[in-house]
Design a protein around this ligand. Structure first.
Ligand code: NAD
Length: 475
């Protein structure tokens, strides 16, 4: 069974319920994770509280030096981290490598702390009066990531928190804890005991963490209903909170789009990571007659996707994370058909194989009244609909309650500009199918895709994990 990391020591809780961890490509149980109780969470928070004054008092140069060493260690274990992700999540090794790289990008960014943590000064604000703003760590921060990026999303959180002088408690996803378990081993080689702690568990452990008096800030990424709940509970307990939720991303294809660019980008967006991605393109809206050419090309390319275990180099689409999750995705396909969508490509035949596979599925003539046109599916299912004008397509996308990402494919600058200005989504792709911000920019979901004020990553992350003190002095 996996162990928790508390105050630099690995501990398997004596009373915790074991929870199975699968290899999604075979369906076999490969490990067990403890569903820790609130007493264990309490011990981890206390360890983080005890370590925080020592860690914050350490010079910034020393904290940054450790971050550089952590970065070097991550690079040296790059392939092991990617393999841990693939074994436990199922995505292809190339996708896992991409995830680890994007996570390390945040560590690179955190190494810039001497610039990022600077305050401001203004002399002679009044006669002989100067004013300075200093940044201080906020205290102990908690991180609760989802299952779909088990290495990258923890790395969105704790490097920025730690480099700013905070200590941290991570509760990895109970479905994919292997990546975080390896990350924790690496952290523990570099940082003093108690600076980074990890408690495995599910909602009970998460809630104990969010409501704990010793926690000052909560970073959460997961589904919309849970993000909303975490935001409400954390705020009610007077914590600073950033809670990123689900997505229903639309991709608009104009009739002047370069389809040689758009087709592979849409296939990658809809079916990459098996569609288990908050930046996945879920609905394609064609404008004018482009659908006549686009749809057969999408169908042909999707049919050719090589499906199998993520560790096989030729594979382009791995399995879903769990049997229950695949069942949820399949029930969306069934609902879509019963609500009137036209099934262009059916991935369900693949369910005969061992493991949690589901092939790419395309539904056409999807409306916003259908559950597949409105709700997050989080699997390899692409919905398509046609619209007459760009305005109609934008208005339709803007009826979504979620507003994580949207993209447009066009050769027309005016259309791209209109889209950029009016689309209600916080991350926007122009001739890009997955508009993921680089680590120095915030991961900026809008509407119900994000609850809070300061987003995860980028300079927002630094703002989130620091509090400011203004000093007014007269001499
Ligand atoms: P989830 O909401 O089921 O779980 C996320 C985390 O919350 C897990 O660690 C889980 O243990 C914990 N949790 C579950 N119930 C809880 C509760 N009642 N209180 C507190 N914590 C609780 O999400 P998931 O299925 O692991 O991940 C997929 C979802 O995450 C999708 O909706 C996806 O869009 C979203 N996601 C969003 C982003 C983003 O940046 N917006 C990024 C990745 C994934």
């Amino acid at each position: 069974m996996l162990a928790n990391l508390i105050d630099g020591k690995w501990v398997v809780p004596s009373k915790a319920t074991p929870y199975p961890i699968y290899d999604p490509s075979t369906g076999e149980v490969i490990e067990e994770v403890p569903l820790s109780e609130p007493t264990v969470v309490d011990a981890a928070v206390k360890a983080a509280q005890a370590a925080q004054p020592m860690w914050a008092a350490m010079s910034l140069t020393e904290r940054v030096a450790r971050m550089f060493r952590f970065k070097a260690l991550l690079e040296s274990r790059f392939e092991d981290l990617a393999l841990a992700v693939t074994r436990n999540h199922g995505k292809t090794l190339d996708e896992a490598r991409g995830e680890v790289r994007r996570g390390i990008d945040v560590v690179d960014f955190a190494c810039g702390a001497p610039t990022l943590l600077q305050g401001r000064t203004l002399r002679e604000v009044s006669t002989s009066v100067d004013q300075d703003v200093y940044r201080f760590p906020i205290g102990v921060a908690a991180g609760i990531p989802p299952f779909n990026f088990p290495v990258m999303i923890p790395l969105w959180m704790f490097p920025l928190a730690i480099v700013a002088g905070n200590t941290f408690v991570l509760k990895p996803s109970e479905r994919t804890p292997l990546g975080a378990a390896l990350l924790a081993e690496l952290v523990n080689e570099i940082f003093p005991p108690g600076v980074f702690n990890m408690v495995h568990g599910a909602s009970e452990a998460a809630e104990a963490l969010i409501t704990h008096d010793g926690i000052q800030a909560v970073s959460f990424v997961g589904s919309e209903p849970v993000a909303r709940r975490v935001y409400e509970i954390a705020a009610a307990h007077h914590k600073r909170v950033q809670a990123a939720g689900g997505a229903k991303n639309h991709i608009i294809v104009m009739d002047d789009a370069d389809l040689d660019l758009a087709v592979p980008a849409i296939i990658g967006s809809a079916f990459g990571n098996a569609g288990e991605r908050c930046l996945a393109g879920s609905v394609v809206l064609t404008v004018g007659h482009i659908g006549d050419e686009l749809l057969p090309r999408l169908q042909e390319r999707a049919e050719k996707l090589v499906i199998g275990p993520g560790t096989d180099q030729s594979v382009e689409l791995g399995p879903l994370v769990r049997a229950e999750h695949r069942q949820k995705v399949v029930s969306y396909i069934e609902k879509g058909i019963s609500e009137g969508a036209h099934l262009l490509l059916d991935g369900r035949a693949l369910m005969e194989r061992p493991g949690f596979f589901l092939g790419p599925t395309i539904l056409n003539e999807v409306s916003t009244k259908m559950s597949v046109g409105r709700e997050e599916i989080f699997g390899p299912v692409l919905s398509v609909a046609s619209t007459a004008t760009l305005r109609e397509a934008i208005e339709r996308a803007n009826t979504m309650e979620l507003g994580n990402m949207a993209a447009i494919f066009t050769s027309n600058g005016k259309a791209a500009h209109e889209f950029r200005e009016s689309i209600e989504a916080g991350m926007v792709g122009i001739n890009v199918g997955v508009a993921q911000p680089f680590a120095f920019y915030p991961f900026s979901g809008w509407k119900r895709s994000f609850y809070g004020d300061l987003h995860i990553e980028g300079t927002d992350g630094i703002e989130f994990y620091t509090k400011k003190k203004v000093v007014v002095s007269r001499w």
